[in-house]
Design a protein around this ligand. Structure first.
Ligand SMILES: CC(C)(COP(=O)(O)OP(=O)(O)OC[C@H]1O[C@@H](n2cnc3c(N)ncnc32)[C@H](O)[C@@H]1OP(=O)(O)O)[C@@H](O)C(=O)NCCC(=O)NCCS
Length: 212
């Protein structure tokens, strides 16, 4: 855990031109505080310690605006810039040396149980406001542009994705314009949660249809 914390501090120095020295970074870089608290909460979560890991996560969110579920697996040298509004779900997996900005969502679709959040391979960069939903895989060295939206699509390695829905505009350094392939993660049948539309909402929708 200690070596990961050192790597996280080095990641701030590497990625944030505004970080002047270690003391200022330790005192003022609030997303780093959220990452530190996650480094404490995650092992407790993994051994099944009750409530405390979630409490640490709630405390971190309150003070930093970064919500990291204690179940998320995060590699070395993780850097979040600004942080406010960033949400990382329970089954998210983040490789080494990844960078996230504020308002990034690594979320589920709301339709699945089990593994339901994204996996980022090493050295992935996600711009501010990007929303990535489902157990998708973002390949090593790939970049997701600010404001992009990725829903149940995998992104191969060395790609740049921009837009909503996201399209691959750069691959291995060359310009392109490709639709990302569908998510390859097989969601086991028995973990699917099918939420039927409540009858009252369905009836209201039908009535609304009749009006237009
Ligand atoms: C996507 C990004 C990482 C650049 O990656 P890159 O591989 O260097 O890509 P390029 O700059 O070559 O851009 C490729 C194309 O995508 C477009 N593009 C880049 N970022 C975009 C975005 N966020 N949304 C829409 N289009 C975008 C470029 O205009 C370019 O289009 P063109 O080929 O028609 O000229 C960067 O533009 C980005 O979005 N960074 C996020 C920064 C951020 O969140 N900052 C917050 C600071 S508080």
């Amino acid at each position: 855990m200690f070596s990961k914390i050192i790597a996280d501090i080095k990641a701030v120095k590497r990625n944030d031109p505004a970080a002047r020295n270690v003391v200022e970074t330790l005192l003022c870089h609030t997303p780093l505080h959220a990452i530190f608290l996650h480094r404490l909460a995650h092992p407790l979560y993994r051994i099944g310690f009750p409530i405390v890991p979630r409490l640490i996560s709630v405390f971190a969110r309150f003070f930093t605006g970064v919500e990291i579920h204690p179940g998320a697996r995060i590699g070395r040298g993780f850097f979040i810039d600004h942080g406010t509004g960033t949400v990382i779900g329970e089954t998210a997996e983040i490789g080494d040396d990844c960078v996230l900005f504020h308002n990034v969502t690594l979320g589920g679709t709301g339709k699945h149980g089990g593994k339901r959040h994204p996996t980022l391979e090493d050295n992935v960069y996600i711009g501010t406001g990007a929303v990535i939903l489902g157990p998708v895989r973002i390949g090593r060295n790939s970049r997701v542009g600010a404001g992009s939206f990725i829903f149940m699509r995998d992104i191969p390695r060395n790609c740049t994705v921009v837009g909503a829905p996201g399209r691959i505009v750069r691959r291995d350094g060359r310009k392109t314009d490709l639709e990302p392939p569908p998510c390859s993660f097989a969601i086991p049948e028995n973990t699917a949660i099918i939420r039927p539309i409540p009858e009252s909402i369905d009836a209201a929708a039908q009535a609304h249809k009749g009006l237009v």
